[in-house]
Every structure is written in C-alpha cells, then in structure tokens.
Design a protein around this ligand. Structure first.
Ligand code: NAD
Length: 411
C-alpha cells in the first residue's frame, strides 16, 4: 500500500470519530495544487539527463504550506501526495501555524556528483520558483537532501525574488540556518520516546533500542537516547545493520559513519544483521527511521518490541498497524513522533523573518515544550476516546484543520 493510501485510511478513522461530513472530508483530502516539472540537467560528462520533479501543496487553511524535498529513485506523484497530506496533519498536531506540502525528484543522489546535484537543484528551483516562497510554501530537507541543498535553493530563489532566507528552512547555520534545526527531528523522536516510556512506567536505564536508518533522524535519535542512558542494541542503514546485546558503542558508530561517507558497512563493533532481522530484534523500542512502508502484514507478526516509535514517515502500513493494535504493541505515530523537524523549521522561519537569533538553548527549550504539550494532548484524547495514539493524533490534526477551514470560510 502506498503512503497516500495509508494516510487516507488513518484520516478516515479520525474523520469517523470526529463525525465529519462527506463534503468536508472531500475538501480536506483534495490537494490545493499538484505540479510535475521536467528538470533537464547537463551531467559532468557533457551528456544531458532529464529528471522529473514534483511539488504537492496540500492544504493552507492554517498557514503557509510546509514540507520536505526528497531525492530518491522511488519518488512519484502518489508518494509525494501522501506525504504532503501527512504534513498538513503533522503541523496541526503540534499546533504550529502552517499547512502541508511535499516535494521530490525521482533521482538516486548517490549516482550524481556534487556539481550535478547542485545543477539539478537549481534547475528545479527555476521550474517552480513562482509557486513557493515565505508566505506560500516553504521546502525543507528530507531523504536525500541536506542543509547544502537548502542553501542552493535559497540562493537560486533569491536570483528571482531578492534576499529571502525564509523561503526554505533547514539551511546551514552559517547561511541563515539555526543551531538546533539539524538535530531537531532526532531530538524530538528521542524525547518523545522517553515520554512514552515514562507514561507506560517503563523508563529504565538500559532500555533497549533498535533503529533502522542512520541518516539525519537515526543518528540524532541514537545520540539523544544514548545520552539518556538507553542501550542501542541494533542499528542499520541501506546496506544492512549491526547487533550487540550489551549495546553498541554509539559515539564510535557516529565516528565510523562520519569517516565512511555516512555508511555503516564494515563497522567492527557488532554482529552483522540484515534490515529484515533488525525489525524483528528483541528490544524494548523499535524506531524505523529510514523509508516508509517497511512494517507490513508480512513482517508485523515478527516484531518483538512492545513499542514502536515512527521516526520515518509512514513506516507502518495500516495492515501492520492493525496487527500491532491487536497484539498490544503501542505505536507512537509519525505525525507526532517526528514533528520536531518541522517545529524547529518554524523557529528558523520566524528568526529569518525577524532578522534575529535565539541561540540553541531557546530552540531546545521551545521544541521540548511544544512536543511535550502535543504528546499530552494526544495521550489524553487517546485515553478519553479509547482510541490508538495514531487515531488520537489524526483526530487532533484533522479537527484543527477542519475548524480553521470553517472559520476562514469557503466562499
Ligand atoms: P537521510 O537521507 O538522512 O537518511 C536515511 C537513512 O536511511 C540512511 O542511513 C540510509 O542509508 C537509510 N536507508 C535508506 N534506504 C534504506 C533501506 N531500504 N533500509 C534501511 N535503511 C535505509 O534521511 P532522514 O532525513 O534521516 O529521513 C529518514 C526518514 O525520516 C524519512 O522517512 C523522512 O521522511 C523522515 N523525516 C525526516 C525529517 C528530517 O528532519 N530529516 C523530519 C521528519 C521525517
């Protein structure tokens, strides 16, 4: 099942609980605008290669649309559509004044040189610069893109529209970004994992964690939970993973990945495991933090962790979600668990617009406060309505977007 179908299933469940009319459902499900553009790029060899880029602007009832930009071979309109809607509900769950959008280019960034990636990014901006901007739609990093990609976007956008650092977030700190943005998604995943463990009376030193994905989200989650005295028993990236029952040496893993272009292959401090084995590892918390759709009806029964925290977007299919629900496995959903990134992006946008800087302590403090409040609201709603944390999070998000839509008027 595609992420768009999964988001739809979760939306419908929340809409039933909220008793939304079919007309309102249709309005909330329909994207405002979807664009597909041609991106011709001259490769270093002098050859021409043409890529397809997408931007889906899902909903702006609560503010300018916000969402990442993904470079991955599997990107297509369906996937981007689902992820854009997910952003609308996510910004509403954490109650920041944004709507939702998402974009991407169907490309394997590891196959392009640095200069080719820069040319691709600038050509993509050439194609869509009239469609985004600080008050309209603000892109950010996602899989396959980085702070540097965002710097290219800001610079290229500025050639058309003048100095506009708030047109994109997740920029390098030295180029209108903010300290604390890069770590924010992982920090949020880590801090919400601790909140969930505390709520369930399971927060103990040595809590065993398994993380799939060791990119932006995975590394900062690992670092945060290691600092909180949890034990990282398994970790993986696209090429496979490593297991150590006594706990992997997280600082060593981080050093190893940094000196091997972000890859874990060949790490000497653990037993090699596959990505499939990682998902079934004996642990207390499983954190998928790579691709979507990795936990399905085929492998859900093999999961041995009692808690799953969705670092990635849409890692659990609705069929797997039902299996976890029936088996008493608690899932902290993506629209809450990984909302730290977009929340810190909002802080960056606010500071860019004010030409002012907060400092790391204020960023962390405000981030923890916003995520903590959202967690409490979702937890209370789930308890009072006797629904899963996912349905409660969607109820909160969809309900807020619905109310803003009615208050703004549709005439
Ligand atoms: P990233 O590109 O920095 O890292 C992705 C990691 O996943 C890498 O370690 C890669 O090797 C690994 N990976 C790729 N394919 C894999 C596979 N088939 N099996 C196992 N691992 C695989 O990406 P990221 O920014 O860390 O994003 C990860 C997930 O988190 C995505 O779903 C993204 O949408 C979501 N997310 C990211 C942010 C953010 O701020 N970066 C915010 C919210 C959600």
């Amino acid at each position: 099942m595609r992420s768009s179908d999964a988001t739809r299933v979760y939306f419908d469940r929340a809409a039933d609980q909220l008793d939304l009319s079919s007309n309102m459902r249709q309005l909330l499900l329909t994207a405002r605008r979807e664009v597909q553009v041609q991106i011709p790029v001259e490769l270093d060899s002098g050859e021409l290669s043409t890529y397809i880029g997408y931007r889906v602007q899902h909903n702006n009832a609560r503010g300018p649309m916000k969402g990442g930009l993904r470079y991955h071979p599997q990107v297509d309109l369906e996937e981007v559509r689902g992820l854009a809607a997910l952003m609308t509900w996510k910004t509403a769950v954490v109650n920041i004044p944004y709507g939702g959008a998402k974009g991407g280019v169907a490309v394997d960034p590891s196959k392009l040189s640095h200069r080719e990636l820069e040319r691709l990014t600038r050509r993509f901006v050439d194609a869509i610069h009239e469609l985004f901007g600080p008050d309209v739609d603000i892109p950010a990093p996602d899989m396959g893109t980085s702070a540097e990609t965002m710097a290219w976007i800001m610079n290229q956008y500025g050639k058309y529209h003048g100095f506009s650092p708030a047109c994109v977030t997740g920029k390098p700190v030295e180029y209108h970004g903010i300290p604390g943005r890069e770590e924010a998604t992982g920090r949020g995943v880590g801090s919400l994992t601790l909140k969930l463990l505390s709520r369930l009376g399971r927060r103990l030193p040595g809590t065993r964690i398994a993380i799939q994905g060791f990119g932006n989200v995975g590394t900062f989650t690992a670092r945060f939970l290691h600092d909180a005295e949890c034990r990282l028993v398994a970790v993986s990236d696209a090429n496979g993973g490593f297991y150590r029952a006594e706990g992997l040496d997280v600082p060593e893993l981080l050093r190893y990945a940094q000196s091997h272009s972000g890859r874990l292959e060949g790490f000497p401090g653990g037993e090699s495991i596959s990505n499939a084995e990682l998902l079934a590892v004996e642990c207390d918390v499983l954190i998928p933090a790579a691709l979507g759709g990795v936990l399905t009806e085929k492998n859900a029964a093999g999961v041995r962790a009692p808690l799953i925290v969705e670092g990635a977007n849409a890692p659990v299919t609705p069929e797997a979600d039902a299996i976890f629900d029936a088996g008493g496995i608690t899932v902290l959903p993506d629209i809450l668990a990984n909302a730290g990134g977009v929340t810190a992006s909002w802080f960056e946008w606010v500071q860019n617009r004010q030409h002012y800087q907060w400092g790391i302590n204020r960023v962390r403090q405000e981030l923890d406060q916003i995520l903590g409040e959202a967690f409490e609201q979702v937890w209370q709603l789930a308890s009072s309505r006797k629904v899963s944390l996912r349905t409660a999070a969607y109820m909160l998000g969809v309900g807020r977007v619905g109310r803003a839509t009615v208050l703004g008027g549709i005439m």
